[in-house]
Design a protein around this ligand. Structure first.
Ligand SMILES: *Cc1c(COP(=O)(O)O)cnc(C)c1O
Length: 577
């Protein structure tokens, strides 16, 4: 790969070291760099596409064989241009081409090409938004961008149809009973807080996991807040907190289909992840509000358990389903419980005039998680968390003597993360480039293509749709016709046996498709309530999962994915499973 004449041996010396802080080694090197950067900035995806489909066929064993060396060379081994050339020829083809329209299995997909430019600029500026002294305008910008998204969730926005619909849908009677929790925040509110050094509308985080953790950290500290004789849970720890509040334990209530980061939060926050209690879902995979209400009443009656928060999901990771946010908000309001919405996936649907209504009720949440690297189509990684109450984040404030001094405006005072990149610059620029309408086009495309895909799955004899797409995610499985017919007649036990056989078929199918490298769907396990003839049996079954977010993924592409699956089924000896 290095076809230039062999150069002098590379050495690490002081003079060269100083130079690399300023510019490439020599003109030759610069030229090569510019050429490669052009390739990367304007079409790494095209470039990879030309070489491979979704990914190159190689076993993990063969792949790891070349990555076993654990010694760091004392002398420089390669020039930057050679390193980049290696990355393009050796690494990129063996990475996964997540930008392929045939890659429809995960929440990671193509990003607009300009995101790479914006990411490069963030790296070049190398600001650290932990404090004003290392970021200045970027801390100010971050507050502004957070306020923009906060306003999308909670604010009055006359220019947006969606907010008007939301407002008019609140009946007079409920308007009064729900008091200010439903009332949308005014322009005045945003003028007061957008650049207020003492308040926070939210924070950027590394991702949805840390956004959820931050929200629940705040909720935990709010629940076990200080009073005379008790300094609060953050200071005294969980054991003292429970004692101070005369409780045996504390729980989080979440949909059974909630993301596993919520369980992690239970662990990290010292609540214990078994106290992250799953609330059952109904046949549509939505949190069952009646069961939530019963669980809360039961816990309250027993009187020894504190409920730190109820989490509703807006776009479940596996199914894309949105929990009944309004009902959950009502229940939380009735019982005065903190309400968090995990909209890591579904949040940006608020930008779509057509579909924003699906998130109705989100404006009543105490906190909301949204991922930037999902449906804001940002590069890895960017999460955000928002709080309705601009003072909520005071409950997680930390100060130190060299940064984040008392009274300073440093953003790092109220974040889980320490040093942080200036991701707000990427989101702000993207919002300017795309407008809400540009984003809405992508959101609408995903939702509408998923709908068509579901219809196609239903049409095909060999497939069974497991969850209807509410947004742009759906699950389905392949069922050979012979087994399908038998499923309809057999009893419970036999049905379970048949389902296990179907599981094996789908596991093999998914693996073979992935290995072939032309297209990719993921798989998961889901409880499956309705049964083929509507029976109430509740088996866990293996399902294939499709996430449609790439604007280049259309129904023709998805038909090819299904065609390929049919072909693979023919090639496997499933009778003997
Ligand atoms: C992706 C996701 C998360 C976790 O976000 P990360 O960015 O992967 O940490 C949490 N909740 C939901 C609903 C998600 O889809």
């Amino acid at each position: 790969m290095n076809n230039r004449p062999k150069q002098l041996k590379l050495v690490a010396d002081w003079e060269r070291l100083q130079r690399i802080f300023i510019r490439p080694e020599d003109d030759d090197c610069k030229e090569i760099l510019v050429k490669y950067m052009e390739q990367i900035l304007f079409g790494l995806h095209d470039f990879i596409n030309k070489n491979v489909g979704v990914t190159e066929e190689i076993s993990l064993k063969d792949l790891t064989a070349n990555f076993r060396d654990t010694l760091i060379s004392p002398e420089p081994e390669k020039k930057l241009a050679d390193v980049i050339s290696d990355i393009i020829s050796q690494i990129a083809p063996k990475a996964v081409n997540v930008a392929s329209p045939y890659f429809v299995g995960h929440m990671t997909a193509a990003i607009p090409f300009f995101m790479v430019h914006l990411k490069a600029i963030v790296a070049a500026l190398n600001q650290n938004v932990i404090k004003l002294e290392t970021s200045k305008v970027l801390s100010v910008l971050e507050k502004q961008v957070l306020a923009k998204i906060h306003r999308l969730i909670y604010g009055l926005n006359e220019s947006s149809m969606t907010n008007l619909t939301l407002l008019s849908s609140i009946s007079e009677s409920s308007k009064t009973s729900r008091l200010n929790r439903t009332s949308r925040l005014s322009e005045d509110f945003y003028n007061t807080h957008v650049q207020n050094a003492d308040t926070s509308l939210g924070s950027f985080t590394t991702g949805g996991t840390t956004a959820n953790l931050t929200a629940l950290w705040v909720a935990r500290n709010l629940f076990f807040k200080p009073f005379k004789g008790f300094e609060g849970i953050e200071v005294e720890g969980i054991a003292q907190a429970l004692r101070a509040y005369s409780l045996d334990n504390a729980v989080l209530l979440v949909s059974k289909r909630g993301h596993f980061s919520l369980k992690k939060s239970g662990g990290v926050l010292g609540i214990g992840n078994k106290n992250v209690i799953p609330i059952d879902v109904n046949a549509e995979c939505r949190l069952d509000a009646r069961k939530l209400s019963e669980t809360i009443k039961c816990i309250k009656k027993e009187g020894r358990t504190g409920i730190i928060s109820v989490v509703g999901v807006a776009g479940a990771t596996e199914t894309g389903i949105i929990d009944p946010l309004e009902d959950i908000a009502d229940i939380c309001q009735e019982h005065k419980i903190n309400f968090h919405v995990d909209a890591a996936w579904g949040g940006p649907v608020m930008l779509s005039e057509k579909y924003a209504h699906k998130l109705k009720g989100i404006e009543r949440a105490d906190s909301v998680t949204i991922d930037g690297h999902k449906q804001f189509f940002m590069p890895m990684t960017c999460g955000m968390v928002f709080f309705r109450d601009p003072l909520a984040m005071n409950h997680i404030a930390y100060h130190s003597n060299y940064v984040n001094r008392q009274g300073s405006v440093d953003l790092g005072i109220k974040t889980l993360e320490g040093s942080r990149e200036a991701n707000s610059l990427i989101l702000d620029s993207a919002l300017k480039i795309m407008g809400t309408k540009g984003y809405a086009l992508m959101i609408d495309h995903g939702i509408e293509t998923a709908r068509k895909f579901a219809d196609e799955i239903k049409k095909r004899e060999l497939f069974e749709l497991i969850t209807e797409p509410e947004l742009n995610i759906l699950t389905y499985r392949m069922v050979p016709s012979q087994i399908r017919k038998r499923l309809e007649t057999v009893d419970k036990d036999e049905k379970r046996e048949l389902n296990e056989k179907i599981d094996q078929i789908n596991i093999t199918l998914q693996r073979k498709q992935r290995e072939a490298g032309r297209s990719f769907v993921s798989r998961t396990r889901m409880s499956y309530k309705t049964g083929l003839n509507g029976s109430e049996q509740d088996d866990e079954v293996v399902v294939l999962r499709s996430v449609i977010m790439n604007p280049m993924t259309n129904i023709a592409v998805l038909n090819e994915v299904l065609d390929e699956q049919e072909k693979i089924l023919k090639s496997i000896d499933w009778i003997n499973y």
